[in-house]
Design a protein around this ligand. Structure first.
Ligand SMILES: Cc1cc2nc3c(=O)[nH]c(=O)nc-3n(C[C@H](O)[C@H](O)[C@H](O)COP(=O)(O)OP(=O)(O)OC[C@H]3O[C@@H](n4cnc5c(N)ncnc54)[C@H](O)[C@@H]3O)c2cc1C
Length: 305
């Protein structure tokens, strides 16, 4: 069984299906995963003109199904990995599996503003690597929200495209590692905006991002900062609640892969963003899905040896 139908889960399904394991993919509430929420994916190999995120995921599912994978719209509510076969509670029903691939992904944290939600994909984004190169951001002032390593990385990356990158942080110094903070400080295209929080993304009426309304947390003063894009980089939350205390994780809840795609429980494998706080890309998630299925196949073969 495979938990998750994003790039990691469906690639694992393709490999497991081609190995005659007839995998069952439990799609969760977001069939196709995070990539279905974006329009054009320009950095997935094999699509020189880019590909619609939804279409790419539909194709991945079709490819896995062609070899016998089954995809079920269902959510895993609980797991019991202490017994063999493993037992999962899926939409209230108990099901068993000899091997499990966890590919449940991670969600990005949001600012929680209504204007942010309304302008998502219209200038509000959560991934500079994914969207920074889009024409709408080229040679325009951009804003990154956050103060950790990810925010610094996003800001540095965006200096290649934007005319200026404003780094908005609610404190008066960065939380990032020293080396990252130094790179940001010494980059003339990055301008830190300290002690500030975004209270509104502008302009919902124009249906595109034209700027942000800021509030200084020390003085209470309000200002408007012009920008064509808002890159929110305030962290991710892996969808791994089910596995707390069951699989080895880091302090943020990312499952810790061991020896490739294995986890701390033999027979349970992991792939994609739920185990990756560094790359978080479709292609890396797919690659990890392949590795997890190959490992699962070897594990199942060893059971029957
Ligand atoms: C707006 C946006 C644009 C992006 N653009 C790009 C891009 O251009 N290029 C790129 O390479 N990457 C891009 N990314 C990143 C890319 O989407 C992710 O890296 C990739 O989707 C990770 O795949 P995944 O399979 O690990 O997880 P996800 O795609 O997050 O899939 C997780 C799956 O797990 C399921 N699930 C979760 N919990 C349960 C449960 N309890 N039971 C059953 N199922 C469950 C979900 O329903 C979902 O199907 C973008 C991300 C976003 C948000």
């Amino acid at each position: 069984m495979i938990i998750g139908s994003g790039c990691a889960g469906l690639t694992a399904a393709l490999y497991a299906a081609r190995a005659n394991l007839s995998p069952l993919v439990l799609s969760g509430l977001m069939p196709g995963g995070l990539l279905t929420t974006t329009s054009t994916v320009e950095n997935y190999p094999g699509f020189p003109e880019g590909v619609d995120g939804y279409e790419l995921m539909a194709r991945m599912q079709k490819q896995a199904e062609r070899f016998g994978a089954r995809v079920q719209f269902a959510t895993v509510e609980a797991v019991d990995l202490a017994r063999r076969p493993f037992a999962l509670t899926v939409d209230g029903e108990r099901v068993e599996t000899e091997a499990l691939v966890v590919a449940s992904g991670a969600g990005h944290r949001q600012l929680g503003l209504e204007s942010e939600r309304r302008l998502e994909k219209k200038g509000v984004t959560y991934c500079a690597t994914c969207d920074g190169a889009l024409p709408m951001f080229r040679n325009k002032p951009l804003a990154v929200v956050g103060g950790g390593d990810s925010a610094c990385e996003e800001a540095l990356y965006l200096t290649r495209f934007g005319s200026m990158v404003h780094l908005i942080h609610r404190r008066d110094q960065l939380r990032a590692s020293r080396i990252m903070a130094e790179r940001v400080r010494s980059n003339p295209k990055i301008r830190p905006v300290w002690d500030s929080v975004v209270t509104e993304v502008l302009d919902v009426k124009q249906d595109k991002v034209t700027g942000v309304r800021l509030k200084n947390v020390k003085t209470g003063a309000e200002t408007v900062l012009d920008c064509a894009g808002v890159f929110v980089a305030i962290g991710h939350t892996p969808n791994t609640e089910l596995f707390k205390g069951v699989l080895a994780m880091d302090e943020q809840g990312y499952i810790l892969p061991q020896r490739g795609a294995q986890t701390s429980v033999a027979g349970v494998f992991v792939a994609g963003d739920c185990a990756d706080h560094i790359y978080r890309q479709a292609i890396t998630a797919a690659g990890m899905g392949c590795a997890a299925a190959v490992e699962a196949e070897r594990y199942l073969a060893s059971l029957n040896a």
